[in-house]
Design a protein around this ligand. Structure first.
Ligand SMILES: Nc1ncnc2c1ncn2[C@@H]1O[C@H](COP(=O)(O)OP(=O)(O)O)[C@@H](O)[C@H]1O
Ligand SMILES: [Mg+2]
Length: 396
């Protein structure tokens, strides 16, 4: 079974004090669709190239199917051609002088498979990817999306257990990207391969992955399902990297008295004392008619309609907060409103920027939050573009 295990994996390109990836631990299960997600330069491509064997580790270990393939301390290194992998990079690198058919069957010819088998396998995979009609064309006669499908077909035809893809959709226009995403999911289900997919695009990762590894400066920040990553970010980097419009991050040192007072009431002194910053997703703020203690006054600064949803900027005491609503809110800039916040969806971070678990505190507080927990499951992901509706919008 193709599993991938990186332990304390470190890679530097000549400068040990500036590693491209640093003590990285990652276990990728058989059949998983794992996305490596992070800003440019965080070490995604390096990780993928290490798995492929195009780079070798400076320290730590890499196992494929529990077999050591790169363990520098023990002198193990298995060359890329012996690792049974398929690779697709951002540039498709098709042979320009070969037809689509010839490009796709290339790997099987190298393996010296029988002619009939080559023809059968090639046509089957071209059929699956909808490129059979272009079989006799040359790459220069194809659109970007068609070329990308040929690159995928060329990889799939040799039926590798592990597929590695480095930003394979980034050269496609928005519509094609969507189409190829759906296709990739279908291919993943059909071929049941272990897939490692590199992207800097959070929507792509959210839409495709079974799990996401968020990376920053060569270090894995969090590994989890898209829901985990979005709803329970392990630290401030993940909270702020994921989500668009971005999470509202309120530094408690700069919070005004009203805001702090409300937090004390709600979260209790113990949590607030540990907390350095509070993260509030824009969809967890609602305008309310209630004037109950705990709601906050805010002034509407602007509203930006973005098709399905609308983004409002609010001034709330010292803070500017973004709020998303499922449709145009009709709020007029300059007017004063009251807002409520879904407290059970708050993210509290300590001085080191690490998440503080507040679920048990909320339960213990016996306050308005007694049924919290259910709300975590009901939150929906931005990938589906449906705004979050807390099952109990509790006022702050
Ligand atoms: N061949 C190389 N030689 C020297 N430094 C490199 C090389 N490849 C990558 N790096 C450095 O390693 C870090 C991680 O790069 P990379 O893995 O390409 O990141 P990403 O794919 O996330 O953008 C960057 O600082 C980059 O400059
Ligand atoms: Mg890269």
């Amino acid at each position: 079974m193709p599993t991938i295990t990186l332990k304390a994996a470190t890679k530097h390109y000549g400068k040990p004090d500036a590693p491209a990836i640093n003590a990285l631990d990652l276990f990728i299960e058989d059949g998983e669709f794992m996305c490596l997600l992070g800003p440019s330069g965080c070490g995604k491509t390096t990780t993928l190239r290490l798995i492929a064997g195009l780079e070798n580790l400076s320290g730590g270990s890499l196992h494929l199917d529990s077999k050591p393939v790169d363990v520098p301390d023990h002198g193990h290194f298995v060359s890329p051609d012996k690792r049974k992998l398929g690779l697709v990079f951002q540039s498709y690198a098709l042979w320009p002088h070969l037809s689509v058919r010839r490009n796709v069957e290339f790997g099987l010819r190298l393996q010296k498979k029988p002619k009939a088998e080559i023809q059968h396998a090639t046509e089957a995979v071209m059929q699956t990817l909808g490129i059979l009609d272009y079989a006799e064309r040359y790459p220069s006669e194809l659109s970007g999306g068609q070329q990308q499908r040929v690159a995928l077909a060329r990889m799939l035809v040799v039926n590798p257990g592990i597929l590695l893809m480095d930003e394979p959709l980034s050269n496609l226009d928005a519509r094609l990207r969507l189409q190829m995403r759906t296709e990739l999911q279908r291919i993943h289900q059909q071929y049941q391969s272990t897939l490692v997919f590199v992207t800097h695009d959070q929507w792509e990762a959210m839409a495709l992955a079974t799990r996401i590894a968020v990376m920053h400066e060569g270090i894995i920040q969090q590994v989890g399902t898209p829901t985990d990553i979005y709803e329970r970010p392990a630290n401030r980097f993940v909270a702020e990297f994921i989500g668009s419009p971005p999470i509202n991050m309120v530094e408690l040192d700069h919070a005004d008295a009203d805001f702090k007072q409300a937090l004390f009431q709600l979260l209790g002194e113990k949590v607030v004392q540990q907390t350095a910053a509070i993260g509030i997703r824009p969809e967890h703020i609602q305008v309310t008619n209630s004037t109950k203690a705990g709601t906050l006054g805010a002034i509407v600064l602007s509203e930006i309609p973005t098709g399905g949803q609308s983004i409002c900027e609010l001034a709330c005491g010292n803070h500017n907060l973004l709020m998303t609503t499922s449709r145009a809110s009709g709020l007029v800039p300059g007017t004063t409103v009251r807002i409520a916040i879904a407290v059970d969806a708050l993210n509290c971070f300590d001085r080191q920027g690490q998440r503080i678990s507040i679920a048990s505190e909320l339960q213990n507080s016996g306050s308005t939050l007694s049924q919290s927990g259910t709300n975590w499951q009901s939150a929906s992901l931005p990938a589906h573009n449906t705004p979050y509706h807390s099952t109990q919008s509790t006022t702050l």
